[in-house]
Design a binder for this molecule. Structure first.
Ligand code: NA7
Length: 539
């Protein structure tokens, strides 16, 4: 991008989801900078603007899946359910935009195409798809971790005569599934949410499963008046609790080992957690994610639940044929997922043993030659996680180095927040941050506040440039690897945490598994020590 006729702002933020909106608020309203958000969607909300598939809802509990930095904002919003549905979260984020008066600095329908560091002027030059130009001292990407849809390249898709949709790009007007034969590929968190809802609407649903998955019932329900009042009265302790836990949820991990209990006692703990529902299940013992023998006990319990729920033994066996330890892939939670297989209009196809060979004009054909006739194909096939959306922007840093080149062998950041060679660029929830292993708003508030603090520090000292060093990034990548290796997480060889779901993507364990609370302490220490690992320069 060239500088000519560029709109100049202090900070340019890409994306208007949770991250981008809070970043705008912090920079504009707390630091007094001029800031602009560029958002490709026609509305704010990010993930929750795009993911409108049947059954889309959050796996974090509603009272924890929101901003907690502002007392009034927290107390005035009332969630209706334990796990909010997509439309309600989108309403919330629109409320935030209005309440903080953010819209006047958010430019919708604007896709950022390229960004180039202008070393002479210490600024970023940014160009949009429509050819609009911006110049900004700071460029902050708030593009989300799970926002670049992955539609697998299956031969023949273009010949399909029915309709097909990726769950993350679901049509806003909805899809009428009445009387339709629907095929759904994918049984991750998304697929597991979608199955029961699609099954209830469609004539027939065929689920194509490559990797069987654990799932825990959400036991979603409307919130009682009493709970809503409790939430309103307890913002501060809830916020403190969320900030103190490794995963940012409002529940602590029990400080006991699986091995401290007898098998019967353990069973009772699992049963109670199952009845309670949700992600708390993984908080029942401290060693579930670090000790394979401990994990095996949870895995056995969950597989047994599948076999007890699903009536057809062959279907149950396929669903329970899970080969990764519990919670080493993102553990889904569901509303009647396994029960859906007891419906006469739902069938399960194992595409591990008989892979999808091609898509034909009338459906999906497997390697064995078996054909499944379909009117609609739903791709619940996930995302090019953590790096996909960033690499879609053509970013060129110092000395002509592109982000693609810098990350050829896998993403490298310091704290998930900065990349060596890219001054004044901050990546909210970047690879190397704990965000995707954490309740997202908790991670986002921390990242955004830390970035805001760093920019304030620069202004105080009259610095024009901040950049992390290659040594700091190398050290952080090594620490991220060590943190992952201290857990069972790398045992799921096929997870998007590793980039393994995208053909050709380098296999690097991307999220920081050392826990959000620890990460926060590290970031605070870095700042307290004069932003150790970053170099500042005056103009
Ligand atoms: P995920 O968790 O990446 O799940 C994608 C699913 O799609 C998973 O079951 C994949 O099987 C399957 N998949 C992907 N490509 C194919 C092909 N080519 N053939 C068959 N099956 C395929 O994405 P989600 O959207 O469910 O969840 C993403 C995150 O959003 C989630 O973790 C939460 O944090 C929110 P595989 O396991 O690769 O064998």
């Amino acid at each position: 991008p060239a500088a000519g006729s560029a709109t100049t702002v202090d900070a340019l933020i890409v994306g208007a989801g949770f991250s981008g909106m809070y970043q705008l608020h912090c920079l504009r309203d707390r630091l007094g900078l001029s800031a602009r958000v560029l958002e490709q969607g026609s509305g704010v909300g990010g993930t929750w603007y795009w993911n409108r598939y049947p059954g889309a809802r959050c796996d974090s509990e509603s009272h924890s899946y929101c901003f907690t930095f502002d007392k009034e904002l927290y107390e005035e919003w009332e969630w209706s359910e334990r796990y909010p549905e997509q439309p309600e979260i989108l309403r919330y984020l629109n409320h935030v935009a209005d309440r903080l008066d953010l819209r006047r600095d958010i430019q919708l329908d604007t896709r950022v195409k390229a960004a180039r560091w202008d070393a002479g002027a210490n600024r970023w030059l940014v160009e949009t798809e429509a050819g609009e130009r911006f110049a900004a001292t700071w460029l902050i990407t708030a593009v989300g971790c799970l926002s670049s849809a992955n539609v697998p390249k299956i031969p023949g898709l273009e010949s399909f005569e029915g309709d097909w949709y990726h769950t993350g790009q679901w049509p806003h007007e909805g899809v009428d599934l009445t009387g339709k034969r629907v095929g759904q590929i994918g049984t991750g968190s998304t697929g597991i949410q979608a199955v029961p809802v699609i099954a209830a609407a469609a004539d027939h649903l065929t689920v194509f499963q490559r990797t069987a998955n654990y799932s825990i019932p959400a036991h979603n329900a409307p919130l009682t008046r009493e709970f809503k009042d409790y939430v309103k009265r307890n913002r501060e302790p809830l916020r403190a609790l969320m900030q103190s836990t490794p995963n940012g949820h409002p529940f602590a991990i029990e400080d006991r080992s699986v091995h401290d209990l007898t098998p019967d006692e353990r069973e009772a703990v699992y049963e109670a957690a199952w009845e309670k529902g949700g992600l708390q299940f993984r908080a029942t013992f401290r060693d579930l994610l670090v000790d394979k023998a401990a994990n095996d006990t949870a895995a056995a319990f969950l597989k047994r639940k599948i076999r007890q729920t699903v009536k057809d033994p062959a279907t149950a066996a396929l669903l329970a044929n899970i080969d990764h330890p519990f919670a080493t892939k993102r553990p889904p939670i569901d509303s009647h997922y396994f029960e859906a297989y007891n419906r006469p209009n739902v069938s399960l196809v194992d595409v591990r043993s008989d892979p999808i060979e091609r898509i034909t004009p009338t459906g999906i054909q497997l390697r064995s030659g078996a054909e499944h006739e379909l009117d609609i194909i739903v791709f619940a096939t996930g995302f090019d996680a953590m790096t996909g959306a960033l690499l879609k922007i053509d970013i060129t840093g110092r000395d002509g180095l592109t982000l693609k080149q810098a990350w050829e062998a896998g993403p490298k950041t310091y704290l998930g927040l900065q990349v060596a060679g890219f001054p004044n660029l901050f990546t909210v929830t970047g690879p190397g941050s704990p965000s995707v292993l954490c309740n997202m708003p908790v991670a986002i508030e921390q990242h955004v506040e830390w970035i805001t603090g760093c920019i304030a520090h620069m202004r105080e000292h009259g610095f024009a440039r901040v950049e992390t060093t290659p040594e700091s990034a190398d050290r952080w990548v090594a620490h991220v690897n060590d943190a992952a290796d201290a857990t069972l997480l790398p045992m799921a060889g096929h997870s998007w945490y590793l980039g393994a779901n995208i053909p050709g993507k380098p296999r690097v364990f991307m999220p920081y598994a050392g826990g959000m609370a620890r990460y926060r302490r590290i970031c605070d220490d870095v700042a307290a020590h004069g932003y150790e690992g970053f170099e500042f320069a005056a103009g």
